[in-house]
Design a protein around this ligand. Structure first.
Ligand code: COA
Length: 299
């Protein structure tokens, strides 16, 4: 472990440009693959490099954030080129960290500290903060030192017991016409709308909506589970999650479950999925949203 001062000659932190995004995507993919291989537990599936489709999603998201929040997206470079990235954004009075990675081999030398400081500065006008942390002890240390409360995350994974799936009614496919409703559900659950992020997510995933006289909610389905789910009550949330599990292939995974969202654990266990832990939801100025399953990057 290296302690400050740092031994990275010619280190510069500068705003990210759209032309940086493909190299930033590769750097982040390498950083997370190295992390997954390092933290790998034998009971889990073998870590795989990021797929081309997921890489394309990463690029689309980062180009979107560069448009909405150019001041929140930063790269670190030295004489050899790009060595780190951090992207962040403000939605209403909520600051979120989307991506944070330093090139493997150069971690633990203070590059991440400088990058996070630049991203946090972008959120200085926001009352609340939200991020989804990996289990990397270096990331966890950075976030706690920046004042984030760390809420352990669980995830469900395994083969869905199809015979356990109930008949679910009052769930339909969503469209851009639902964004206003969805923004109001976001404000109730996480205190800030997703705004223009919904347009991006609609292009990436299938949207389902439930809107009845007793509750409203929505979820984006990524084929194996949910990419994001928000609802005004647990009953609506459970209905959406069951629909997601019915929509998934035989192997399903549902990530980013905090202890405040036991309704999701109950659905997953009823579907005979396994429960594990991984990473933290980092929060500043707010309590864990519920009923809510956050997205890892768009929160
Ligand atoms: C998280 C990450 C971006 C941080 O960047 P970094 O350049 O490594 O961070 P820094 O060197 O500035 O800070 C790391 C801190 O952890 C400490 N540290 C280093 N090795 C450590 C270890 N094995 N265990 C615990 N702490 C460690 C460092 O001393 C430093 O703390 P200090 O500045 O208070 O002394 C980088 O490590 C990374 O890319 N990790 C893999 C991807 C990842 O998990 N990203 C976060 C996604 S949420």
């Amino acid at each position: 472990m290296t302690t400050p001062p740092y031994d990275v000659p010619d280190l510069a932190i500068r705003p990210m440009r759209p032309t940086d995004v493909p190299a930033a995507e590769r750097l982040s993919a390498e950083g997370f693959h190295e992390l997954d291989s390092r933290m790998f537990r034998r009971s889990w599936p073998e870590p795989q490099p990021r797929s081309e489709a997921r890489g394309a999603g990463w690029v689309a998201r980062t180009l979107h954030l560069l448009e909405t929040d150019p001041g929140g997206c930063w790269v670190a470079e030295d004489g050899t080129g790009m060595v780190g990235v951090a992207t962040s954004f403000n939605r209403e009075k909520l600051w979120c960290l989307a991506t944070y990675a330093v090139r493997p081999g150069l971690q633990g030398r203070g590059i991440g500290r400088s990058l996070l400081a630049a991203a946090l500065h972008h959120g200085r006008g926001s009352l609340r903060g939200m991020l989804s942390s990996s289990s990397d002890p270096k990331a966890v240390r950075r976030y706690r030192m920046a004042g984030f409360s760390l809420h352990p995350q669980m995830f469900l994974t395994g083969t869905v017991d199809r015979s356990a799936i109930p008949v679910v009614e009052k769930v339909r496919d969503g469209t851009a016409g639902d964004f206003e409703l969805m923004d109001s559900v976001d404000r109730r659950t996480r205190g800030a709308a997703h705004g223009s992020d919904h347009q991006l997510m609609l292009g990436l995933w299938r949207l389902i909506v439930s809107d009845t006289s007793t509750g409203s909610g929505y979820a984006y389905l990524d084929g194996t589970g949910v990419a994001l789910l928000a609802a005004t009550n647990r009953r609506t949330a459970a209905r959406l999650l069951w629909t997601a599990l019915a929509d998934a292939g035989d192997e399903a995974s549902v990530f980013h479950i905090t202890a405040a969202n036991e309704w999701a654990i109950d659905v997953g266990l009823a579907a005979r999925l396994e429960l594990h832990t991984e990473g933290y939801l980092g929060l500043r100025g707010m309590t864990p949203p519920t009923p809510y399953l956050h997205n890892g990057a768009l929160l």
